[in-house]
Structure formats: structure tokens, C-alpha cells
Write a protein that binds this ligand. Structure first.
Ligand SMILES: Nc1ncnc2c1ncn2[C@@H]1O[C@H](COP(=O)(O)OP(=O)(O)OP(=O)(O)O)[C@@H](O)[C@H]1O
Ligand SMILES: [Mg+2]
Length: 595
């Protein structure tokens, strides 16, 4: 029921398109009736037969009333071709417009899903399979397009059916009622088929989802598979999923191919009832002769009814098999809406005084322990802060809260006394620049990866940022300079080069605060030194927050925070901390590197 409501809601905005199908349907059904009326005068071969043709078909037939039989045939042949030519044009138009509408609706839904995904919070993205997002958005959301096209198919068929039924009703109402009662009885059988189509459609969505997931996962892990000699396992994995996938499609086929023969059988049974009816009502052969034109007319029209009935049922079955896609799309869209990231309302262009963590506690959705508990510290504007601690101590979580990927479970982060959640995301990301251990590079040029095409890819700004990140000389040594491609995820670059490009990216919009999360840990000491000197140059003008395992990088900090099991266990300037010989900081320093 809910789904039906959401389908109606979804399609009301396309009412103009649907109206076009109604108009085409009217034209097509009129032409169908006209076609039948034209054929009827041939039925018993005599020119006077038209008088016996029932109303309203007799209106057309009357034109031929005084014609010679041969002339009549010639005219009928020509007019028939013309009528069916025009009918063909409208049927083609209906098909083309249906296909266009299908694409339009599918496109809108895929985009709606994508926009939804772009506005969800990081916690949701962490907990969801990326292939599911892809499958639901790209493959399933298109279901709305499929269904509207099927509706566009059904509209003219329904109108044709209605007009044919109307004609039948005017000729022999009792016969029509007789045959309809058979049809109603049979519809129970058909409904069963439709329900099964829906179930089969559901099965397809499930196997589709599974196949896409395994396929992408296996491709991503192919190198690892090869190294562990398990490529064969990968192939048999895919084969199993493919088996399920094709069985699910076959399941639907088995149901849909049933429709045509069943409808035909129902048609024949109805016909049998009609014949029995005639034999009952017209109980002597003279009566039959008197009524022969009307009876033949009834039969001709009745034979034309079967084709739209079969096509309508086929389309209904297809709609039903698409309903699970629509249901998933609806649930998906409302899930995305519920997980929407919450934006603030205060524009902050600069940090005047400080960023303060006040009793911040945070627990990930699927975790049963706090990853940060009661964390409090303050970062003064323009200072350099080092955050250290063993692996899993909560350093990246702390950074993620600052980046607003997550909201604190309790406590507050204050920027110049304003709660961070009240600051608009756009203005906050103007203030922040972030560099992490595994920067994401897009499969595009170096300049795009630095500027993201902002300010129409201002090359001057890009070069300034690249120079500050000590990567300009390297870029200039490439044959295509700033236009050089970096490959998928930056595969054509080394780890250090990727890191420096991401530093240039962070510097491109000249942020107030730079956050480095293990930005140098994967680098050799020479590259690290180079990046460190880049960071030192920057620290004279910017607030720097540096998460690292390498103690040497943070010894010139104004403040060092030592984390352990989600808590701050030491906090102060390096000179004071060094004096505490039994402290964690001292241990870390002696080991130089931690983790
Ligand atoms: N998305 C997540 N969902 C649930 N728990 C998480 C998630 N991310 C991290 N954690 C948990 O939170 C704790 C802190 O992780 P965090 O990544 O902040 O550590 P870290 O100090 O940055 O470690 P490393 O030095 O290894 O990067 C860990 O126990 C980790 O298992
Ligand atoms: Mg980390």
C-alpha cells in the first residue's frame, strides 16, 4: 500500500508525459475501431450487409452501402493500409516517448540517490558496502524508469481494450457479461502469476546485489589473490554467484512465459462460453442467419481483444517484478535522508583565538567501547600541536571529530567559543586543510588533483601551492607538467609524490589550520625531511595539528598531546614533557618511533 502511494507520488510530477500517452492511447484505440469497422462490410459479401452491422460501427460501414463489391474491396484495401500506417506511426511515437520517459525518470532517480549519498554522514558511509550504494543507485533506482515505461505501454492498450469492450457491450451485452465472468474467474489465476513475478523480482534484486558485491571485491583484491595462489577460488566464487543470479532470472522467465498461453486459453474458454451462449439464445438456425453479421462482428472484435489483454498482463507482470526495485529505492532514499549530515548556520571565516575540545567522548556506531573518553585540550591560534600515542589510541578519531566526519557522543568542540556543530560545513572546510596517510587522488591531471577545478583551475594558485609543498620541480620534470595524468587513485605516482600533491591540495585554498594525520609515516627519511621543512615553513603562519608516529616531527611543537586508550595521558610543551622521565612521552621519545 505504502509503495503504491509512493509510486503515485513519484509519478505525479510526470503527469504531462502521461497525458501524452493518454492522447496517443485515444488515437490508437479510435484507429483500432475504425480498422474493424472498415473490415466488417466484407463479412457477408453483400452490399446490404452494412445495414445489419451494429451501431456505432455501422457509421463507417454505411459509406460502402451502395458500392459494388469489387469497388468496395479496393477502397477497403486502400483505407485499411492508410489506417494501419497512421496507427503504426502513433504506436512508434508511443514507443519512442515511452523510452525517453524511462530514461528521464531513471536518470532523475539515479541522480537523486547520488545526491543523497553525497550528503550522508561519515558514520553511515563507514558502515555500508560501497558496492551496495552503487547497485542501489545505478541498477535498482532505474526500476522507476522501467515501471513508467510499462505504464506508458499499458495506457493505450487499456484504452483500446475499453473501446473494444464498449463495442462488444453495444452488440451483445449478455455475451460480453458471460465472457467477462470467465475472465474475472481467470484473473484469480493471473493474479497468482503476478504475485509470483514480484517474488521472482525480489530474488533477482538479492542475487544482483550479491554478484555486484563479490565482483567488485574480487577485482579489488585480485593482486592479493594472485600472490596467495587463490585465483581459482576467486573464479569459482564468481561462478557460484553467477549460478544463483541466472537461476533467479530463469525463475522470472518461467513465470512470464506462462502469461501468453494462459491468456490464450482463457480467451478460448471465453469464446467457447460465447458460442454456447449463442446456441442457447439463438435456438434455431434462421435466427442465426438473421443475426449472422452481428455475430461475426462480435467475433471479430472479440478476437482483437485477446492481444491487448495478453500485452497488459505481460506488462503488469513486468511491473510486479520491478516492484522490489522500487521498494529498495524508496527505503534507500529515506535511509539516506535520515543519515543526512547536519550543517550549522554560522559562517566562520577565521580562527581568532582557539579550538577547544571540552570533555569530548566518542563511540563509533557499531562499537561497544568509547574510542575517545573525556578528552579536553585547547589549541591556540597559530600554534603547532603534536598528537602522539600508540596505534588505536584514538588519534585519527580525534582528527575525524575535528573534521566533522562524526559528532561527539558527548562534550563539545568549540571554535572561538562557538560550538563547531553550529558552524557551516562550507566555511569550516575553508578554514581547514587536511593531509592524511593515504590521500585519495582522482584519475585526472595533477593540476586537477590540486585545485579540483575550482576558480577554473587557477594555475597560478596551483603553482604557488605546489611550490609550498615542494613538489613543483618534480611536476615540471614531467613531460606534460601540471597536465600529467596521475592514474587511477594516483597509481602512476610514488607514495611521497602523492603525499606532497595532497599537501599542495590542502594549501590551495590557503587554510588557517592544517591537519596532518600520519602524513609522513610512509616516507623515506629524505622525503620526510623535505616535507617536514615544507611544514616548518608553513607553521610560521598557520595553526598546525600533527598526528604522527615519528617523534622527531613534533619536537618543535608548542603543545604535545599523548593519547592512550582514548584518553589524554599527558599534555604540555615538549621541554616540560621530556623532564618527566617515567612518562609515556619519554618512552616514546626513546623509542623514537611508536606504533
Ligand atoms: N569506523 C570505526 N568503527 C568502529 N571502531 C573504530 C572505527 N575506526 C576506529 N575505530 C576504533 O577506534 C579506536 C581508535 O582508532 P583510531 O583510528 O582513532 O586510532 P589511531 O590512534 O589513529 O591509530 P593508528 O595510529 O593505528 O592510526 C580503535 O580501537 C579502533 O578500533
Ligand atoms: Mg590513525
Amino acid at each position: 500500500m505504502l509503495l503504491r502511494k509512493s509510486i503515485i507520488n513519484a509519478y505525479t510530477q510526470y503527469w504531462k508525459d502521461i497525458l501524452v500517452f493518454i492522447v496517443i492511447g485515444m488515437i490508437l484505440s479510435f484507429l483500432e475501431l475504425l480498422g474493424i469497422s472498415i473490415i466488417l462490410p466484407i463479412l457477408d459479401g453483400t452490399s446490404s450487409s452494412a445495414t445489419k452491422i451494429p451501431y456505432p460501427l455501422s457509421i463507417v460501414s454505411a459509406i460502402f452501402i451502395d458500392m459494388e463489391f469489387n469497388t468496395k474491396l479496393k477502397y477497403i484495401a486502400i483505407i485499411l493500409v492508410i489506417i494501419f500506417f497512421i496507427k503504426g506511426i502513433f504506436a512508434y511515437l508511443n514507443g519512442i516517448l515511452g523510452a525517453k520517459l524511462e530514461r528521464k525518470v531513471s536518470k532523475n532517480y539515479v541522480l537523486k540517490c547520488y545526491k543523497g549519498i553525497t550528503s550522508v554522514n561519515a558514520g553511515y558511509l563507514d558502515g555500508v558496502k560501497k558496492t551496495d550504494l552503487f547497485t542501489k543507485s545505478v541498477a535498482f533506482a532505474g526500476g522507476y524508469g522501467n515501471v513508467i515505461r510499462l505504464i506508458a505501454n499499458i495506457v493505450p492498450l487499456l484504452m483500446t481494450l475499453a473501446i473494444l469492450m464498449g463495442a462488444l457491450l453495444m452488440i451483445y451485452p449478455i455475451m460480453l457479461i458471460l465472457s467477462l465472468s470467465v475472465a474475472v474467474f481467470s484473473s484469480i489465476l493471473i493474479r497468482n502469476i503476478h504475485t509470483k513475478s514480484e517474488l521472482a523480482g525480489k530474488k533477482i534484486t538479492q542475487t544482483n546485489q550479491k554478484l555486484n558485491f563479490i565482483f567488485i571485491e574480487e577485482i579489488s583484491g585480485l593482486k592479493t589473490r594472485r600472490l596467495s595462489n587463490s585465483i581459482n577460488q576467486s573464479v569459482s566464487f564468481i561462478k557460484e554467484r553467477l549460478e544463483e543470479w541466472s537461476i533467479s532470472f530463469l525463475g522470472l522467465e518461467k513465470i512470464t512465459v506462462l502469461i501468453k498461453p494462459v491468456i490464450e486459453l482463457i480467451g478460448i474458454i471465453s469464446l467457447a462460453f460465447i458460442l454456447l451462449g449463442f446456441s442457447y439464445f439463438l435456438n434455431d438456425s434462421n435466427m442465426f442467419v438473421d443475426n449472422s453479421t452481428a455475430i461475426l462482428t462480435f467475433m471479430v472484435i472479440f478476437s482483437r481483444v485477446l492481444s491487448p489483454v495478453s500485452a497488459i498482463n505481460q506488462s503488469i507482470s513486468d511491473i510486479k517484478s520491478n516492484l522490489p526495485y522500487l521498494r529498495i529505492t524508496d527505503e534507500f532514499l529515506s535511509e539516506l535522508a535520515n543519515e543526512k549530515v547536519i550543517d550549522g548556520h554560522i559562517e566562520k571565516t577565521k580562527i581568532e583565538k582557539s579550538i577547544e575540545f571540552k570533555n569530548v567522548t566518542f563511540r563509533y556506531n557499531k562499537s561497544n567501547t568509547d574510542s575517545l573518553s573525556n578528552v579536553s585540550f585547547s589549541i591556540t591560534e597559530g600554534s603547532k600541536v603534536g598528537i602522539v600515542g600508540v596505534s588505536g589510541s584514538g588519534k585519527s578519531t580525534l582528527v575525524d571529530l575535528l573534521l566533522r566526519h562524526y559528532q561527539p557522543t558527548s562534550g563539545n568542540i568549540l571554535v572561538d567559543g562557538i560550538d563547531l556543530k553550529d558552524v557551516t560545513l562550507v566555511s569550516w572546510y575553508e578554514i581547514l586543510g587536511i593531509v592524511n596517510q593515504d590521500p585519495f587522488l582522482f584519475d585526472s591531471s595533477i593540476s586537477y588533483n590540486i585545485s579540483f577545478g575550482q576558480d577554473s583551475g587557477n594555475l597560478q594558485k596551483t603553482i604557488i601551492a605546489a611550490k609550498k609543498a615542494h613538489i613543483h620541480d618534480f611536476i615540471m620534470s614531467l613531460p606534460d607538467g601540471y597536465d600529467s595524468k596521475v592514474g587511477g587513485r594516483g597509481d602512476l605516482l610514488s607514495g611521497g609524490q602523492r603525499q606532497r600533491i595532497s599537501i599542495a591540495r590542502a594549501l590551495y585554498h590557503d587554510p588557517d589550520v592544517l591537519v596532518f594525520d600520519e602524513a609522513t609515516s610512509a616516507l623515506d627519511s629524505e622525503t620526510e625531511l623535505d616535507i617536514r621543512s615544507a611544514i616548518t615553513e608553513l607553521s610560521t603562519t598557520k595553526t598546525i595539528i600533527m598526528v604522527t608516529h615519528r617523534m622527531s616531527t613534533i619536537l618543535d611543537s608548542d603543545l604535545i598531546i599523548v593519547m592512550d586508550k582514548g584518553k589524554i595521558i599527558q599534555c604540555g610543551n615538549p621541554d616540560d614533557l621530556i623532564k618527566q622521565k617515567n612518562s609515556k612521552f619519554y618512552q616514546l621519545l626513546k623509542g623514537n618511533s611508536i606504533g
